[in-house]
Design a protein around this ligand. Structure first.
Ligand SMILES: Cc1ncc(COP(=O)(O)O)c(C=O)c1O
Length: 341
């Protein structure tokens, strides 16, 4: 594919085939050395557990072109660690952190021409995944596994970047109280397709899920975590629950809020009937970056936070710090930015 035709300023979040992806196989208790391939098709047994029993997990992280021309990954060790937790939950073999990061590094370098230029607001999104493959039919762990990483250039996930979006509380649960909500596994996302579709039909950016046990507290957004700022502007609060996906962006913001903005930070309960305690709210994630939440529809009630059209001051300050670190224009905490080149 020719990169001449890419409109770097207006990238959305859509698949395009890039040059090379990484692939490695696990068999008889060990991963092989891994290789790069041009082939974007996966040829697997019809009995693969990934196809029938959802034995698969994935990750999402980005490579950023810095102002100084450098290419950097943001906290890839955290993605590697989360992928190991996902693998453990689904009885899949763990992948060493070094292999994970090296695979990402190779894919970024092999597809350097697809990295959006500094200033375009885009980044190279990396999608690592592990799937259970090999001949099988019973409900059991697969005899073989495949690990792969591919990449695509992306812009903003929710339309409009740092302009607020509206969300709706879903009547569906994303995950069960002791289920797989904390793992980044396809089954959670399959279950989210219908709620997401229904939210979009009603013109909302996505839905927000409540805790599956009591349906009284905010859990997370379909593809991002949730945070809010207290009415007096001094506290950053984000839901704590065993059934949400632990967002690397969220934990980064928590540290930024505490160490750079001087806010108190808290992981706790955000009750859906007490939203007037908060002046601002946002959805955060690798793809979403920070999307300010304008308002939340809950049944017949529509609650507006700061504004439906303007980003709030604390959300903007958090965004500027986070994005500054990612694009190397602000100093990064130790170990957060991993140079690819
Ligand atoms: C369900 C869900 N929650 C939260 C996140 C945000 O996580 P992270 O900040 O690690 O990208 C994502 C995206 O990866 C997600 O899919």
């Amino acid at each position: 594919m020719d990169t001449q035709g890419i409109d770097w300023q207006n990238l959305g979040f859509s698949y395009i085939k890039t040059d090379l992806r990484y692939v490695s196989h696990w068999k008889d208790g060990a991963w092989d050395g891994g290789t790069l391939t041009e082939d974007n098709k996966v040829h697997i047994s019809e009995g693969s557990t990934a196809l029938h029993y959802g034995q698969q997990c994935f990750e999402g992280l980005k490579a950023y072109r810095g102002q100084d021309g450098s290419i950097n990954l943001f906290r890839p060790d955290q993605n590697a660690a989360r992928m190991r937790r996902s693998c453990a939950r689904l009885l899949m073999p763990a992948l060493p952190t070094e292999t994970f990061i090296e695979a990402c590094r190779q894919v970024v370098l092999a597809n350097e021409r697809f990295i959006p230029p500094y200033g375009s607001g885009g980044a190279l999104y990396l999608r690592p995944y592990i799937i259970g493959v090999g001949d099988n039919i019973g409900v059991r762990s697969a005899p073989e596994f495949m690990f792969s990483v591919f990449c695509i250039p992306v812009g903003s996930y929710f339309k409009g970047g740092l302009t607020p979006a509206n969300f709706i509380i879903s009547g569906y649960d994303r995950a069960a109280p002791n289920g797989t909500g904390a793992a980044k596994v396809g089954g959670n996302y399959a279950a989210s397709l219908l709620p997401n579709h229904e939210a979009k039909e009603r013109d909302f950016a996505d839905c927000i899920y409540l805790d599956p046990a009591t349906h009284t507290k905010i859990e997370e957004v379909g593809a991002a975590n949730f945070f809010a700022i207290s009415r007096d502007g001094t506290r950053f609060i984000t839901p704590k629950s065993p059934s949400i996906l632990e967002s690397i962006t969220k934990y980064s913001l928590l540290e930024i809020a505490r160490d750079r903005l001087g806010l108190e930070v808290e992981e706790g309960d955000v009750f859906i009937d007490q939203l007037n305690q908060y002046s601002e709210a946002g959805a955060c994630g690798t793809a979403a970056v920070i999307t300010p939440i304008g308002g939340i529809q809950n049944g017949e009630t529509f609650h507006v936070f700061h504004s439906e059209t303007e980003v709030g001051p604390v959300t903007r300050a958090l965004y500027d710090e986070l994005v500054g670190i990612q694009y190397s224009t602000r100093p990064a905490p130790e170990g957060w930015v991993v140079k690819v080149q």
